[in-house]
Design a protein around this ligand. Structure first.
Ligand code: CP
Length: 310
């Protein structure tokens, strides 16, 4: 495996399968009464969050602590970033504290790549602008594999605001590496120009694609990143691209519904669909901890997993 995890494209098929298989092993340990392993004892993981997060920030912290790493949580709010300190100077400050791994979320696409040039430890991208969110794609693939078995030949449909979605890009890259067939469904205004070169199909018609799908992944409409009108009204968007009760009823019996969160309930996904037994939304959050444990363990060269309870 490479030293850093910045893009899902950094992962070969063998790398991705190793992470998913390691996460399976770690999930067995997470079911024990004492969940902690000594494997990263003495290592330091810095969680560097320049952009808001609930799931990713908490799950990286839980993952590092369950592996017995020392954890430093840095939030841009309340730090010297508000006094104008640059990303590089912030990174060098962390470097001086001896970070073995730096988990970074930043609003600027490419920030994790820049950081990787300044620090000695491994950098893990926890979401950079509209670019990538590779550990979200890993936890999504892990969740699909647990529900459906192998991803080879599985049809995954990703629906909604692809233009602003780092989750969509990372999922397309990782799922194609794992042999799944991905279709993106979105209004033309919410697709990036570069999508023609992505390893996936594109459709504008959700109702044609849904009955063939094994997985339907709904994306959040990211209004905070929209500085123009990308669709006429929220009602119109929801009517054409929302997963409502009627569309849900037309899915295959064993198809699953996913959403990376946070959700706009009632817009891209109906509340009753989000809360249905075929929704994996809560599972995705739980699987995020074990998947991120696997990433930290493999990147930071943890001791043998057979170490048992602490
Ligand atoms: N899915 C995801 O990245 O959620 P957060 O923004 O809450 O971390």
């Amino acid at each position: 495996m490479k030293r850093h995890l910045i893009s899902a494209a950094d992962l070969s098929r063998d790398d991705a399968l190793l992470i998913l298989d390691t996460a399976e092993e770690l999930a067995k340990i997470s079911d024990r009464s004492i969940k902690k392993l000594p494997t990263l004892r003495g290592r330091t993981v810095v969680n560097l969050f320049f952009e808001d997060s609930t799931r990713t920030r908490i799950s990286f912290e839980a993952a590092a602590k369950r592996l017995s790493a020392d954890v430093i949580n840095f939030s841009a709010k309340g730090s010297s970033v508000s006094k104008g300190e640059s990303l590089k100077d912030t990174a060098l400050t962390l470097e001086a504290m001896g970070a073995d791994g730096v988990v970074i979320r930043h609003s600027a696409s490419g920030a994790p790549y820049r950081l990787a040039g300044w620090v000695r430890g491994s950098v893990v991208n926890a979401g950079d602008g509209t670019h990538e969110h590779p550990t979200q794609a890993l936890l999504d693939a892990y969740t699909m594999r647990r529900r459906l078995g192998s991803l080879e030949g599985r049809r995954v449909t990703i629906v909604g605001d692809v233009l602003h979605s780092r989750v969509a890009r990372s999922n397309v890259l990782l799922l194609s590496t794992l042999g799944a067939e991905v279709t993106l469904v979105a209004p033309p205004t919410l697709l990036p120009v570069s999508v023609a070169s992505w390893p996936c199909e594109v459709s504008y018609d959700l109702d044609t694609v849904l009955p063939k799908s094994d997985v339907v992944m709904m994306l959040r409409v990211q209004r905070e990143r929209m500085n123009a009108a990308f669709f006429p009204t929220e009602r119109e968007y929801s009517r054409r691209y929302g997963l409502d009760r009627e569309r849900f009823a037309r899915l295959k019996d064993d198809a699953v519904v996913m959403h990376p969160g946070p959700m706009n309930r009632g817009m891209e996904i109906a509340a009753e669909v989000a809360d249905s037994p075929r929704s994996t939304i809560v599972e995705q959050v739980a699987n995020g901890v074990t998947t991120r444990m696997a990433v930290l363990y493999l990147l930071l060269g943890g001791a043998d997993l057979g170490g048992g309870d602490q």
